[in-house]
Design a protein around this ligand. Structure first.
Ligand SMILES: O=C(O)CCC(=O)C(=O)O
Length: 295
């Protein structure tokens, strides 16, 4: 695996930034975000994790030490009840709109940015590596425009052993790849050997952001710490004039309505904001899920 190629110095040079994005399918932006808002989200998520006995109160909360023997994952009823509370956090949704992030994306797209409201947070338990996110492309989950980009970052520092995200540089140029059933987030994996491309990865400091194209293959690395929980987010963005699948405008997992999510928020700035724009909506195709299910 090679280290990420950093792109931060290029943000003042739109052509170089876009050329880099076209070539590699990803941009790694060290220190793009100020740590403080991310650490606020981290603390609020950890409070929820502590109330649900995911993390131990015997240790400083900020250490994010998993409670002994607890190994929940997305889809487990216990996880989902806590996840509903995470989805209701105003600070979590607000961080998807940080000006520094939108500035890079506006440069990348050459137009105003549509922030998908379907924001995702992940609480990844240690020693649960059968369910580490497999190599996959986001497009089959998001659809709409292929020129949709994901921002992935960790809430706090993410040393290698905590299990960050890796990208297969240049893989977005291979088009939509055949899918297979896989464990881990999304449940759809792809084969990558035949592409002959190189994985890029590395540790993340708090505020480092990885942006990648919806066809860029990526995967998580295992959380190899004995007891620490990984806390990361996935936010999606596209140019406002491009087609968007209507599912991207719904809450993640659709367990709560937007009204339930927004209850108690202090500001309405980031509520229903996409309704202020004329969007080109597209339908969701189940063909990749069906091809996986057909074996
Ligand atoms: O954080 C992870 O493990 C998975 C993130 C990811 O691959 C995604 O949301 O597409």
């Amino acid at each position: 695996m090679s280290p990420f190629t950093p792109s931060c110095p290029l943000t003042s040079d739109p052509d170089t930034l876009r050329a880099r994005a076209r070539e590699a399918g990803y941009l790694f932006l060290p220190g793009l975000l100020e740590p403080e808002p991310l650490l606020t989200v981290r603390r609020e998520i950890l409070e929820i994790c502590a109330r649900h006995h995911f993390v131990s109160r015997e240790h400083p909360l900020d250490d994010a030490i998993a409670a002994p023997g607890v190994r929940f994952r997305e889809g487990d009823p216990e996880y989902m009840v806590a996840y509903d509370e995470i989805q209701r956090l105003e600070s979590f949704h607000a961080v998807a709109h940080r000006p520094a992030l939108l500035g890079v994306l506006r440069t990348l797209f050459g137009e105003e940015v549509l922030v998908h409201p379907r924001n995702i947070a992940r609480v990844m338990f240690p020693q649960n590596n059968r369910f580490t996110t497999p190599a996959h492309q986001d497009y089959v989950h998001i659809q709409g425009a292929t020129e949709t980009w994901t921002a992935w970052f960790h809430l706090g520092d993410c040393p290698l052993e905590l299990g960050g995200l890796e990208v297969l540089a240049g893989s977005h140029r291979a088009g939509v790849l055949p899918v297979r059933a896989a464990y881990g987030a999304g449940g759809l994996g792809v084969e990558t050997e035949q592409l002959g491309l190189e994985w890029h990865g590395g540790p993340f400091a708090c505020g480092d952001v990885l942006l990648f194209h919806s066809l860029c293959v990526h995967r998580a690395s295992d959380n190899l710490t004995p007891d620490r929980v990984r806390l990361s987010v996935d936010f999606r963005y596209q140019g406002r004039s491009c087609p968007v699948n209507d599912g991207s405008l719904l809450p993640h997992f659709q367990r709560l309505s937007w009204e339930e999510i927004y209850r108690g928020w202090r500001s309405d700035e980031f509520q229903h904001y996409w309704k202020r724009h004329e969007l080109h909506l597209t339908d969701f195709s189940r063909r990749w899920h069906e091809s996986r299910d057909a074996g």
